[in-house]
Design a protein around this ligand. Structure first.
Ligand code: MRU
Length: 355
């Protein structure tokens, strides 16, 4: 399991993040020493993937408090508004993946539970909470994989979109976790990694970690989905998700909706794997999910080189919403949930202890 990409170093008062922008060519760490570094790392895609940015955000809160302590602010009460400001910045670093706000809320709750702690006690308590969030994420991905593995058959070729693997989580992965678990159960699984324009998470990251794990992977252009499915080269599709609304509409990397439409057209099961922290029951439907729009240059340029004529604008929605009706089932750490989602997601909330 690739699990060295989010590396807190409390003794060095820093957080190291494997810079995913440079993979697969270089393995280099981005050093975070304060909340602003963490916000920059999340915004600029040093770390990405819904659960991974949640875990990073938790460490970011700890780092923000630690920084204030190191700057000697523990003697005054000024640290509280400064810390609140830092937490807000972290929670807003990217808008779509709900795991980010979820993690910051968990840190806030731990703060409230402590009453009115001094800064040193808060730093200590937050380190333990961040460690828990980090370890829980790996553990629940493994559980999710165990549930989802039953959906894959020996000999299947599975298509995935973007990267929902170890790199997108604290380790093991959501969609790729299901594939890892099926392989560990002795099934022979091949993977098609859609390249995932414009950041190429599929070609760079999914292919990187599957190759490292010894799983056969082939990269395909995003626009090759239809021919691959038409030729019977895909038996299942499984992706991750960034935010799932109460009715089962699910935001994931741009292009996922198109893959789901094609899967339905060709009669191929389309699964989404995500932890409970990715479900947002405050969003009634996909219409309420904020969709991040990133800089047009990410589309009109490639590695600094202009590829569209100068001055031509570009759409750059980072995510789209797959309607619940196209999702065959959700795989979570609490089991597999099938339509009708108004009923099954209620059961998910009960199992997660939320109802
Ligand atoms: O823009 P990214 O790379 O953060 O988008 C990531 C995705 O869309 C993933 O599929 C999603 O976060 C699920 S990760 C387990």
């Amino acid at each position: 399991m690739l699990n060295y990409h989010i590396k807190p170093e409390p003794d060095q008062q820093r957080l190291l993040l494997l810079d995913q922008r440079l993979l697969p060519g270089q393995e280099q760490y981005f050093v975070c020493r304060n909340a602003d570094d963490v916000v920059q790392a999340i915004r600029e895609m040093v770390v990405r993937g819904a659960p991974a940015i949640g875990v990073t955000a938790a460490w970011g809160c700890w780092l923000a408090a630690l920084r204030l302590e190191m700057d000697g602010l523990d003697k005054s009460r000024y640290w509280e508004p400064l810390l609140n400001e830092a937490l807000q910045k972290i929670a807003q670093a990217r808008p779509t993946a709900v795991n980010l706000a979820w993690a910051v809320n968990r840190m806030r709750e731990a703060w409230v539970d402590l009453g009115a702690p001094d800064l040193a006690s808060l730093v200590k308590a937050w380190q333990a909470v961040a460690e828990d969030i980090h370890a829980d994420d790996i553990e629940l991905n493994i559980r999710m994989g165990g549930h989802g593995a039953a959906l894959l058959e020996d000999g299947d070729t599975v298509m995935t979109h973007c990267n929902a693997g170890s790199l997108a989580t604290a380790g093991y992965g959501t969609a790729l976790g299901v594939i890892y678990a099926a392989v560990e159960a002795g099934k022979k699984i091949k993977v098609i990694a859609n390249e995932t324009r414009p950041w190429l998470q599929g070609a760079r990251l999914t292919a990187f970690e599957l190759q490292k794990a010894g799983i056969e992977v082939k990269v395909a252009c995003d626009n090759a989905c239809a021919i691959l499915m038409q030729r019977g080269l895909v038996q299942k599709v499984i992706t991750g998700a960034d935010r799932i609304a109460a009715n089962g509409d699910a935001a994931n990397k741009i292009g996922t909706h198109g893959v789901a439409v094609l899967a339905r057209h060709f009669g191929i099961p389309f699964y989404m794997a995500a932890p409970f922290s990715t479900f947002d029951f405050n969003c009634a439907s996909g219409k309420d999910i904020p969709i991040e729009e990133r800089a047009p240059e990410e589309v009109t340029q490639f590695r600094g080189q202009q590829i569209a004529p100068q001055g031509v604008p570009a759409w750059n929605f980072s995510f789209d919403v797959t309607p619940a009706a196209l999702v065959t089932a959700f795989v979570t750490e609490h089991g597999i949930f099938k339509p009708p989602y108004f009923r099954s997601l209620k059961k998910l909330r009960e199992r997660a202890g939320q109802l």
